[in-house]
Unconditional design. Structure first.
Length: 79
């Protein structure tokens, strides 16, 4: 099954979270962000990966998802 556009938006949004600290988060401003990013944030929240529907902080499962996403990105980039 290929990645859907929403999955790609979720992966890209996960990469925006700081991976070195659980005390730093992000905020997705619905009036400024692209619709796919807003949907990705809501989807990640529904899946329990982030603390708020508009960003917030990573949950423990979200931290793991960021780590895996970074590894996948590195592998695909060839390094």
């Amino acid at each position: 099954m290929p990645f859907s556009p929403i999955h790609l938006a979720e992966l890209n949004l996960l990469l925006q979270f700081p991976s070195t600290s659980t005390q730093e988060g992000i905020k997705v401003h619905s009036n400024e962000a692209a619709e796919d990013i807003v949907q990705a944030a809501e989807s990640l929240f529904a899946k329990g990966l982030i603390s708020r529907h508009d960003g917030g902080y990573l949950t423990p499962m979200g931290c793991e998802a960021v780590e895996l996403t970074q590894k996948l990105q590195s592998m695909l980039a060839g390094g």
